[in-house]
Design a protein around this ligand. Structure first.
Ligand SMILES: [Zn+2]
Length: 277
């Protein structure tokens, strides 16, 4: 473990967002003694194909699933911002809230969606990834949202943003999750609403609008296989049994620290290959 435990703030859009992309890494960091905060921006209240539930019931069900999963992962605190699901987040308002949490939690590392990845269609993923990245880079400015400073928060420089994803976002950092893969799978299978959403991906025989408990068992087995396959496929790229992939950017106030890399390349050094972090 590093000398000082890090404050890691995972900022995501819907209760199940972390489970496939970074939950093995979060569990590993928690085991190493770092403080993990999970900040979920929407309630996920339209995230189902079932027609027998209200938005309130869906939100309640998904928050319960998230809290159960986070318990397995060792998350210190789960924070729900409660925006409605499905593209209703006002970017500037969200940015102010996220800067508040970066300052309050003294975030050393933000983990979020990559809003620049190709073919990302979900408006909540796009706006949350973008505003989380901005919050990490702009929380250091004391004259930005000075009311927060006057009320006692420090202006806080978050030093890294870790963009989660699969292999389509040019990852420069791979985390070995061999030791926490079981926790990842166990936590991901808590998300029943997600399993039903993925039904069509796994089998044409199950109607996602009305899944029986027996069918849910079948979907769980498919998801279990998929999660392990994803981890080993990503791991293979760097000769690990199981891994998760990130594009990591160091921050400077107001922007990412791209200068060092470009200067090295200008001096004739080859671009750095992906590393195991
Ligand atoms: Zn999502």
């Amino acid at each position: 473990m590093e000398a000082k435990p890090l404050n890691v703030v995972a900022i995501f859009s819907h209760p199940d967002d972390l489970s496939f992309f970074c939950s093995g890494t979060l569990a590993k960091w928690a085991e190493e003694g770092h403080q993990i905060y999970a900040l979920c921006c929407t309630s996920g209240n339209v995230g189902t194909l079932r027609t027998d539930l209200t938005k309130e019931q869906v939100a309640e069900m998904r928050e319960k699933e998230l809290r159960a999963a986070n318990k397995i992962l060792g998350v210190k605190e789960t924070i729900m911002l409660g925006y409605p699901d499905g593209g209703f987040i006002k970017a500037s308002e969200l940015r102010e809230k996220l800067i508040y949490y970066v300052r309050k939690l003294e975030a050393d590392r933000v983990v979020t969606f990559d809003p620049w990845v190709a073919y990302e269609v979900h408006p909540d993923h796009l706006v949350v990834g973008r505003m989380a990245a901005e919050a990490a880079a702009f929380a250091a400015f004391p004259l930005l949202y000075p009311k927060q400073i006057r009320e006692g928060l420090g202006h806080y420089a978050c030093s890294e943003v870790w963009f989660m994803g699969l292999l389509d976002h040019a990852p420069n950092c791979f985390v070995d999750i061999t030791s926490t893969l079981e926790k990842k799978v166990k936590a991901a299978l808590k998300f029943e609403a997600t399993l039903t959403l993925l039904a069509r991906l796994f089998t044409p025989d199950i109607d996602p609008a009305s899944v029986t408990p027996e069918q849910l068992e079948i979907l769980s087995k498919h998801a279990d296989t998929l999660l392990r396959f994803m981890a080993s496929t990503i791991g293979e790229k760097v000769k690990l049994k199981a891994a998760e992939a990130f594009y990591v950017q160091k921050t400077l106030p107001g922007h990412f620290d791209n200068f060092q890399q470009i200067m090295m390349e200008m001096l004739g050094n080859p671009p750095e290959p992906p590393k195991i972090c």
